[in-house]
Design a protein around this ligand. Structure first.
Ligand SMILES: C[S@@+](CC[C@H](N)C(=O)[O-])C[C@H]1O[C@@H](n2cnc3c(N)ncnc32)[C@H](O)[C@@H]1O
Length: 274
């Protein structure tokens, strides 16, 4: 299901699956529509071929950005590019832009600023406080890259897609026979002290991981093929085996920030239901 040329997402996204897209796509069955309840940067969407897509995420800022790009294409890309200037690559301006992002009611401006913040903040971190205020710090990059070509490619592909901001449970409720579902929830934390990554206020709990596995198992009994990604840990193995999935495991080099950005080799797992 993967095509010859890999497409890179235009956003930096923690947990993004660009490097794993080929492996993941090979594990997905053919179908009429691919549903992604945790679309993030869209690496699997961009590198697979289905007639239709339902692409959802709990982060409404992310989905609004995709909807704006889908509706406006080049016009919106040009508007976004206007924020990528040397004058705007400055700590004071960054924090001013962040305030505007958090306060504005102008959806188009908010979408463009979401991209500006994503490329100028520290490590593409998408962090919110408990009141839903985006608070990622400035990233100090020499010259943040403007992803024009990646946005154009995304826009071309988006003609076959519906983007929606919703909780994963609601998205899964929309699955019908003939659909294929790829779930990439926030990773399970690797230690008790590590916390779940917050992509928006609310987080994703251990109970969510359990509920997701159960819902996947229920869909499989209705003939819907579901694949879930996660770290390969004793907890995830037990969770998915108990839910009736078959497991595919592989190693991957990832930046897991245990201590000071140290690189650790963590196993990756795909749980296949149905
Ligand atoms: C690991 S990332 C997905 C990465 C994506 N596959 C990619 O390649 O970029 C997890 C995503 O789940 C979303 N998310 C977290 N909790 C959610 C929830 N309860 N419902 C829906 N989406 C949620 C986050 O906003 C984030 O985009």
């Amino acid at each position: 299901m993967i095509h010859d040329q890999y497409s890179r997402p235009f956003l930096k996204w923690p947990g993004g699956k660009y490097r794993l897209a080929q492996r993941i796509c090979e594990s997905l069955a053919p179908g009429k529509r691919l549903i992604e309840p945790f679309v993030g940067s869209g690496a699997v969407f961009l590198n697979s071929r289905y007639p239709k897509y339902l692409l959802a995420d709990g982060n409404s800022h992310l989905i609004r950005l995709y909807q704006t790009l889908q509706a406006e294409g080049e016009k919106f890309i040009a508007f976004c590019e206007g924020f990528f200037t040397p004058e705007n690559n400055n700590e004071t301006v960054y924090y001013d832009m962040r305030t505007v992002f958090n306060e504005t009611a102008d959806a188009r401006l908010k979408s463009a600023l979401f991209l500006y913040l994503n490329r100028h903040c520290y490590n593409g971190l998408c962090r919110y406080n408990s009141r839903g205020i985006f608070n990622s710090p400035f990233g100090r990059y020499k010259q943040p890259y403007f992803p024009r070509h990646e946005m154009q490619a995304f826009h071309r592909r988006a003609t076959d897609a519906v983007f929606t901001s919703s909780q994963y449970t609601e998205t899964l409720d929309r699955a019908r026979r003939g659909d294929v579902v790829y779930c990439d929830p926030p990773y399970i934390p690797l230690s008790r002290t590590a916390s779940f990554t917050d992509y928006f206020a609310g987080g994703f709990s251990e109970q969510d991981q359990i509920d997701l596995a159960r819902q996947a198992a229920r869909l499989a009994t209705r003939g819907i093929h579901v694949v879930i990604s996660n770290h390969n840990t004793p907890f995830t193995r037990e969770l998915y085996v108990d839910a009736g999935a078959t497991m595919r495991r592989f190693k991957v080099q990832r930046n897991i920030s245990c201590r000071g950005g140290e690189r650790t080799r963590v196993g990756e797992l795909l749980a296949v239901f149905g």
